[in-house]
Design a protein around this ligand. Structure first.
Ligand SMILES: [Zn+2]
Length: 223
């Protein structure tokens, strides 16, 4: 008979270390049972949980209620938090984004490992990716990404810091400001049935900004 949990593992983090196979490509494959779906399975308090979620929570912290944890490496067995991100389903996108920004403001630093901070900076420095795209991938707000790449937090970690704010659109306010023309276009598209999440992406602003525009909470003077 297997020894009780607390005899085998010192902590959740210890359990992660003992139950994954760290591959040379960076993936951490779950070594124990799997669900029929192909995801790793871990038994905690007499319940079978998804191993990648367990590992994320052990290392990164709580997953917002209702949020889904997605694989960037497309390997269901992988439990490496750096290959995972808090994503959304289309139906709960609004809720999850709210939950993420809540979490981000409460635990702005706990969301990243030092290696992730360096990875974000490197990716941003290479160009071709917006704060919003990075924010969605890592499940944090665009503001958190902006502060991170400008070195306003996690300064001790190093990595490729944005070499001055001028190069980057918006600098202090990294996201594109809307114009009256854009506001009209957003409202028209929304009325035609375009989703707020797509509009946010297209205009490189947050869902909250789009929501305020379409509900006419902002830009009230624009007809
Ligand atoms: Zn992986």
């Amino acid at each position: 008979m297997a020894a009780p949990y607390h005899h085998r593992y010192e902590s959740d983090r210890d359990r992660v270390e003992k139950c994954v196979d760290v591959r040379s490509d960076g993936c951490w494959f779950w070594k124990l049972s799997t669900f029929k779906s192909g995801y790793g399975m871990v038994r905690v308090n007499k319940r079978n949980l998804l191993a990648h979620r367990f590992c994320w929570e052990a290392i990164v912290g709580p997953i917002p209620d209702g949020a889904v944890l997605c694989h960037r490496c497309d390997r269901k067995l992988c439990c490496n938090p750096q290959h995972l991100y808090v994503g959304t389903t289309q139906t709960n996108a609004d809720d999850a984004i709210r939950a993420r920004s809540l979490l981000g403001s409460r635990h702005p630093r706990a969301r990243f490992t030092e290696a992730q901070v360096r990875a974000v900076r490197k990716e941003h420095a290479r160009g071709g990716v917006t704060y919003l795209q990075l924010a969605e991938r890592y499940g944090v707000s665009s503001g958190t990404i902006g502060a991170l790449v400008r070195g306003q937090n996690w300064r001790h970690v190093g990595g490729a810091l944005a070499p001055g704010t001028a190069r980057f659109r918006g600098a202090g306010a990294p996201l594109a400001k809307l114009t009256e023309k854009a506001v009209r276009a957003i409202r028209e598209s929304f009325e035609r049935g375009e989703r707020q999440v797509d509009l946010a992406r297209k205009h490189d602003v947050t869902m909250a900004t789009i929501g305020a525009v379409v509900r006419r909470k902002s830009w009230k003077h624009v007809a």
